[in-house]
Design a protein around this ligand. Structure first.
Ligand code: ADE
Ligand code: ZN
Length: 333
């Protein structure tokens, strides 16, 4: 089997995909029309089409990328919209690439004015229909926006607890690491931990001590990205021995250039794998970065010369690192 076929057919488990970042450009255009949103004005470019909405070459810094992400989030408004984007992300964006199980990251603050319950109602219905039609299973991670205040993060966790749904497995932390270092959200994460929610957080461009803070202060069980952990040998050894999963996203972090990975994210990922860290592979925001689950595996495999053994290990790592009960994990093994 050649690499293209192998990467397409390999069973995958996905722990790092954002719902807002999973919406195809054509769906964004349709939703903008449905809600009378002037997309040209929102994007700041006249004559915006499905072909140029996601101009990934322009994501020189995270803020530029997040600006487009906010435009997309603002056109997803009612439960039908959330049903649609979840269904599309899990079927065409997931099951069609061999994804058996995905933990989807939701960003409620990215949908201004939309009640949390509306988001959950639509997403859960979309996930149920995707499972019925393709067999893909999923869980939800509610991400706090680190550009917001600590109080806003705490309020979101309170909402997650007040409107508790079994599909919501845990909380995460995304957006700008420079604006919101992990310690800013210690209260929100402590509350989430007391409520029995799992916890993860992004650390993409930040120094290794952010990884340490996520583990020790926020009670993080996984790290999203985490490329700079290998700059600290003691911390790396600790993460190896505790088998902390790092959800790496080769294509988005390379294009984004804000990961600070220097000569390419795949070199960082090779260092992480060689150090014995528990690495998983994912797409982050697939259509926004012109990628998909198969493409991420393929790009990494080509760059690092990986074959079936190495690629299958990424999937095994994701099974170990996912937040399903042990008995449900067994069905993926
Ligand atoms: N939200 C969606 N994608 C993100 C990324 N790569 N970094 C931070 N926040 C995000
Ligand atoms: Zn991410």
């Amino acid at each position: 089997m050649d690499l293209d076929e192998l990467t397409a057919r390999l069973p995958k488990v996905s722990l790092h995909t954002h719902l807002i970042g999973s919406v195809s450009a054509s769906t964004v255009l349709e939703l903008a029309r449905k809600h009378d949103v002037d997309l040209d004005a929102a994007v700041g470019r006249p004559g915006c089409t499905a072909d140029d909405l996601y101009d990934h070459e322009s994501y020189d810094d995270l803020d530029e990328f997040l600006r487009v992400l906010d435009v997309v989030g603002a056109v997803i408004r009612d439960a039908d919209d959330f049903h649609r984007v979840t269904y599309e992300s899990l079927t065409a964006g997931g099951a069609a690439h061999g994804v058996l199980y995905r933990e989807i990251m939701l960003s409620p603050p990215g949908h201004p004015g939309v009640p949390y319950a509306t988001i959950l109602d639509g997403v859960i219905a979309g996930a149920r229909d995707a499972r019925a039609d393709t067999g893909i299973a999923s869980g939800l991670v509610v991400a706090l926006n680190r550009n917001d205040s600590a109080a806003a993060g705490l309020q979101l966790v309170e909402e997650v607890i007040a409107d508790r749904r079994e599909e919501v497995l845990g909380v995460g932390l995304d957006y700008s690491e420079a604006i919101g270092p992990p310690e800013k959200f210690w209260r929100a994460f402590a509350l989430a931990g007391r409520a029995g929610l799992h916890r993860t957080a992004h650390s993409e461009s930040g120094p290794p001590h952010h990884v340490e803070t996520i583990l020790d202060l926020l009670g993080g069980e996984r790290i999203d990205h985490g490329y700079h952990v290998v700059d600290d040998p003691d911390l790396t050894a600790r993460c190896v021995s505790e088998r902390i999963p790092f959800t790496c996203t080769p294509v988005s972090s390379d294009i984004g250039r804000y990961s600070g990975s220097g000569d390419g994210t795949h070199h960082r990922i090779r260092e992480m794998v060689d150090a014995g860290l528990c690495v998983t592979i994912d797409s982050d925001d697939p259509p926004m970065f012109g990628t998909d689950p198969t493409h991420d595996y393929r790009v990494l495999a080509r760059a690092l010369g990986y074959g079936l053994d190495e690629l299958a290990q990424f999937t095994r790592n994701a099974v170990d690192g996912c937040w399903l009960d042990e008995s449900d994990k067994q069905t993926l093994r």
